[in-house]
Design a protein around this ligand. Sequence first.
Ligand code: ATP
Ligand code: MG
Length: 270
Amino acid sequence: MAKSLSERYKVKPGRKVKLSDWDPGDTAGWSREEAEAQVQENLARMFELQYLLAAQNKHALLVVLQAMDAAGKDGTIRNVMRGLNPQGCHVTSFKAPSTDELDHDFLWRIHANSPRKGDIGIFNRSHYEDVLVTRVRKLISKDVWSARYRQINDFERILSDNCTTILKFYLHITKNEQADRLRKRLEDPKKNWKLSPADSEERKLWDDYMAAYQDAISKCSTRYGAWYIVPSNRKWFRDLVVSDAVLGALKNMKLKLPQPAFDLSKIVIE
Ligand code: ATP
Ligand code: MG
């Protein structure tokens, strides 16, 4: 069987990733027009399969989005999830933890927001912040963050063993592309609200973030929770790759309408 487009960007379990080897500008030979048309087809098919996902109520899909600021987490959700039925779709944006959340283990809030059977859950940032910003900003010690990769793998294994398919996307942009996008936010009054002083501060730590992402992706790309490194300098190609992977995951579930649990011939509608 031919490899799907998104398979190219999937990190094999055990592979040690060097992000500089992955081209953020890659488009795999696609033109913008072709890609946009394919995304529309993917979205239509996703909508049909989501209906079966909900009807069958046996599987859940979890989509994790991680990226540097302005890399397109919000845009991906808008463009790739727009065709779904909102009733079966739940987006959670994880911010800095509250004091209540900090009094629990780091996966507590994550588990509580994981999708139920029949649903698609989307994480805008996730438990990976607990080995990214916390590590780079030295909010926790090395002993603590280095133990978390295994804890994350164990947790994702539990979800996977309980009928949740996990897709994790790192939206890969260049530092220059980030500068262009942040400058646009600064110059365009309609985009000013998107800018935060923290963005330029985090940008100064770019290399530390890349090192932290490399470790997270290398250590936590597993059979039951694969990472995809999505070339994201071109937004239309990013949307194509993510929609291809989501559609592929739904197809792999081999979803079908459930059989009625009762004898239809005995039901009389008067
Ligand atoms: P936007 O694209 O709108 O800027 P965002 O995801 O960057 O979206 P913000 O409110 O700007 O949203 O930032 C959320 C902040 O919360 C990020 O700086 C992120 O690193 C931080 N955060 C998320 N999870 C954790 C965590 N577990 N520990 C510490 N900080 C966290
Ligand atoms: Mg932000």
